[in-house]
Structure formats: C-alpha cells, structure tokens
Design a protein around this ligand. Structure first.
Ligand code: 13P
Ligand code: SF4
Length: 310
C-alpha cells in the first residue's frame, strides 16, 4: 500500500463507490470502530446485516460473524479483511462431534450461541447471543429439554438465571477465561467505589463477584447509566473505546488477566487492520461464502432468534 494514502479517506470513498456497509464489532481496534457505519454486539450486528440495502457487507469482526451475515443476506457479497480471524470458542465445537453429542439427546431442543460455525448453526433449532440467551431459553415451555453449546460459561450462567437444567457442551472463549480473580480483588480493594462488570463468557467464580453481567452492548449501556465514576471491565478491551467516548469523565480499568504476559485482546479480532480493510474493499477479497444447503439449514435457527428478540 502506498504509505502516503489516507486510508480512512480511501475506505470512505470505496464504501460509496461500491455501495458497501462497514459493520464492526466492539472488540475491533478503535480506528476501525471510528470509520464503521454500525458498531455493535453480535445481536445488533446480525440485525443490521439482515436489514441493510447495501450491495456489499464488509465485516470488521470474526469469521462466524461474517458467515451469519451471509446466511441472513445470501444475495450480498460479504467480505472479511482476514480469513484467519476465527474464534477459539467456535473452534472448541467441531460440528461432527457436536452431531454425535446431539444424537445422545433426541428429545432435546438445540440452542447454539452465535459464536460457532455455520455448520453448527445448521445443526441447531435456535441460535442465541449473549444479550438474548436468557430470553430465548425462557421462551421455551418449562418442560422442554435443552442442549446448549458451545459456551459452557454462558450456558452455566443461563442455567443459574433461568433455573433450567441445560445440557452443556464443554467449550469456552480463551479471552474470557484468562481473568485473574486475585488481581481483580486487589483492584477492587484499591478502588472500592468502582463497579466490577463482566461478560457472561467469564467463569462462574468471576461472575459471582460482579456488580453487573451483560453482553458488550449491555456493559456499555450500564456504564452510561450508572453513576459510578470507575469501572473494572472483564471483557475484551476494545469495548473500552466506546465506553470512554460515551462517558469521557469516567475511568475504565481493563480487568487484569492471570498471566502478566497476557492481555485482554482477542488475537482473532485484532487481526483486522485498516490496511487489510482497505485492501479487502478495493479488491473485494477475501469473500466469505457458504454452500447453499448450509445457508438454507442455518437460516431458520437465526431467524427464530431474531423473531424472539424483536
Ligand atoms: P457480544 O458482543 O454479543 O457480547 O459477544 C461477545 C463476543 O465474544 C463476540 O466474539
Ligand atoms: Fe471468540 Fe472469544 Fe475472540 Fe469473541 S473474544 S471472537 S468469543 S475468541
């Protein structure tokens, strides 16, 4: 790339030229969030992908998010700046093993967290995100048996919130399992007035001590509305950009991970850069596409989620 190019200007030009919409997840680098047409959590992003009238959807996020956009808008071209932007949670649930697991519970309905492959969604009855998982479980009759996957931490949280007995797949997100309870406790002692807020992909022991638990957009809303001036934030650090923008006078402290060498960045989300975004829009590559039969089978479970979340 020509180093004299103003990438932000070029990307904005390409958006207009190609009638492209740029969707970004809260975990993207702040410079990507700042040029996005829509920034949101997984639910907001899929609602946006379903209703856009753009010809091209550029997804600044990870692979399963781009797949979901393709399933909801199969006639559109869906681009992802780096095809290696995967997800450890999605990887923790290979569809062929999940199919065998599911066979052991023939009377159960399958709810899958959106952080999974299109193939896994195609094996499900309803998809959910962290902002509607409780609502979706509660929309089913009380005697309905349920398999929930792939995130065991979110599943366990939903079990506690609903009092329902879900059969859980044993998957997890590498970023949300890294937080150190001990170091968070030290921070809380240092900032006794701070609120500790966490994403439900974190482990139970951590969630038990949280003042608020929610999806990325839930956490953001909480920090806007709560009168506290300091927040310790247990999720990927990208969300702090929007928190800081919305509440410039407040202080946001990323919850510390248990290894001093680690950080709260998702290594997959952070693969996307302005340079890759520019190239991907210019050359319309890499494109995320799916076989027609997978799109057909995965669409209904996602649409059921969108209907319940309206
Ligand atoms: P939400 O933005 O839906 O809370 O999801 C968090 C996440 O881990 C996305 O990868
Ligand atoms: Fe996957 Fe976790 Fe990264 Fe989200 S933060 S994309 S769940 S690895």
């Amino acid at each position: 790339i020509d180093p004299t190019l103003d990438l932000v200007e070029e990307i904005n030009k390409l958006k207009k030229e190609k009638n492209a919409v740029l969707l970004a997840h809260y975990y993207q680098d702040s410079e990507i969030q700042d040029i996005a047409d829509y920034i949101g959590d997984s639910l907001g992003l899929s609602q946006e992908a379903a209703k856009t009238d753009a010809d091209v959807i550029v997804f600044a996020g990870v692979h399963f998010m781009a797949e979901t956009a393709k399933i909801l808008s199969p006639e559109k071209k869906v681009l992802l700046p780096d095809l290696k932007a995967g997800c450890s949670l999605s990887d923790s649930c290979p569809p062929h093993l999940f199919a065998k697991f599911k066979d052991r519970y023939p009377d159960h309905i399958v709810i899958t967290y959106v952080n999974c492959t299109a193939e896994l969604k195609a094996l499900s009855d309803i998809v959910c995100t962290s902002s509607n998982a409780v609502q979706i479980v509660e929309s089913l009759p009380p005697d309905q048996q349920i398999i929930f996957g792939p995130d065991k931490n979110l599943g366990d949280y939903v079990k506690r919130k609903t009092g329902r007995d879900l059969v859980l797949w044993n998957g997890a997100c590498m970023v949300h399992e890294l937080f150190s309870q001990e170091r968070i406790q030290q921070l809380r002692e240092r900032y006794p007035q701070a609120k500790f807020i966490a994403h439900p992909e974190c482990e139970k022991e951590l969630l038990d001590g949280a003042d608020y638990i929610g999806s990325t957009s839930g956490l953001l809303k909480y920090t806007k509305e709560n009168t506290a001036d300091t927040f310790i934030v247990a999720t990927e650090s990208g969300i702090i950009h929007q928190m800081q923008k919305a509440s410039p006078g407040k202080t946001f402290i990323p919850a510390p991970p248990n290894n001093a060498c680690a950080c709260n960045d998702c290594p997959y989300m952070k693969l996307n850069t302005l340079e890759k975004l520019y190239n991907c829009m210019k050359f319309e590559l890499p494109e995320v596409d799916l076989p027609a039969d997978v799109i057909a089978r995965a669409k209904r479970p996602i649409e059921r989620m969108l209907e319940i979340s309206e």
